[in-house]
Design a protein around this ligand. Structure first.
Ligand code: ZN
Length: 241
């Protein structure tokens, strides 16, 4: 008699988690935060598998939709790059709606002195991951969001043409939250699988606009993120086999 799917999932997750736990011990500066991440990844991916996180008509089914006018058609259907950003308005202030307002061209420039520089700025991103891991989507993936600006990746300019932009609510210096890493790894895994993007095509804004942009900054732990992403890959393979 076939076992219920939830039991199969738990078996696979436990098998994968044992290798993950061994791996996390090799991280330089391994902390309780990362232990927490790996302890929770099984829970997250069990939920993911049950909820079937998916992209439908360019929208992620697990994200709140806030359509931005700041987008246009891509020059081709190619999506081959993921750009990770960090953002908060004002810098270091979290949990408000100012980033939404900026991306929707509804920002009250009088709300804070720092906003004066944002007059006539029309920008957007595909996704924002809040400090608690909640997802918001402003532009469908088949459309070009305006997040990278003047940029170059492996000799190709205009990265907006062929990339997805993912904003993490944060600053260059404040640590990003465990929920954000989990959500980012989950979303990136789905994107890598959907568009056959290699894992080394996930970069920071700082990498494609050096000297002009610094986000997501030194606060973002790339090595730990890639280990987490690799773990999601093995978990997803286990769950689908
Ligand atoms: Zn950026």
């Amino acid at each position: 008699m076939p076992r219920p799917i939830v039991c199969v999932s738990i078996d696979c997750l436990q098998f994968s988690l044992s290798s993950i736990v061994a791996e996390i011990n090799t991280f330089p500066g391994s902390s309780a935060c990362w232990a927490l991440l790996y302890a929770r990844i099984g829970e997250v991916f069990k939920k993911d598998a049950e909820a079937f996180m998916k992209i439908s008509h360019g929208w992620l089914n697990t994200a709140q939709q806030l359509p931005s006018p700041n987008c246009d058609p891509r020059p081709s259907a190619e999506i081959s790059l993921i750009v990770v950003h960090g953002i908060s308005l004002p810098a270091g202030h979290f949990g408000n709606t100012y980033v939404n307002d900026l991306f929707l061209n509804q920002l009250n420039l009088d709300a804070h002195p720092d906003f004066a520089d944002l007059q006539s700025v029309c920008v957007s991103s595909h996704l924002l991951i809040r400090r608690d891991g909640r997802l918001l989507q402003y532009v469908p993936f088949h459309q070009r969001a305006w997040h990278a600006g003047i940029s170059s990746f492996k000799g190709r300019s205009s990265c907006n043409d062929f990339s997805v932009g993912i904003e993490l609510e944060g600053t260059d210096e404040a640590g990003y939250n465990a929920n954000q890493y989990l959500q980012l790894a989950s979303v990136c895994r789905l994107m890598l699988d959907t568009w056959q993007i290699p894992a080394d095509h996930i970069v920071g804004h700082c990498d494609i606009a050096p000297g002009r942009k610094t986000d997501p900054g030194p606060a973002f732990k790339w090595a730990e993120f890639h280990a987490l992403l690799a773990a999601t890959g093995s978990l997803r393979e286990s769950l689908s086999s």
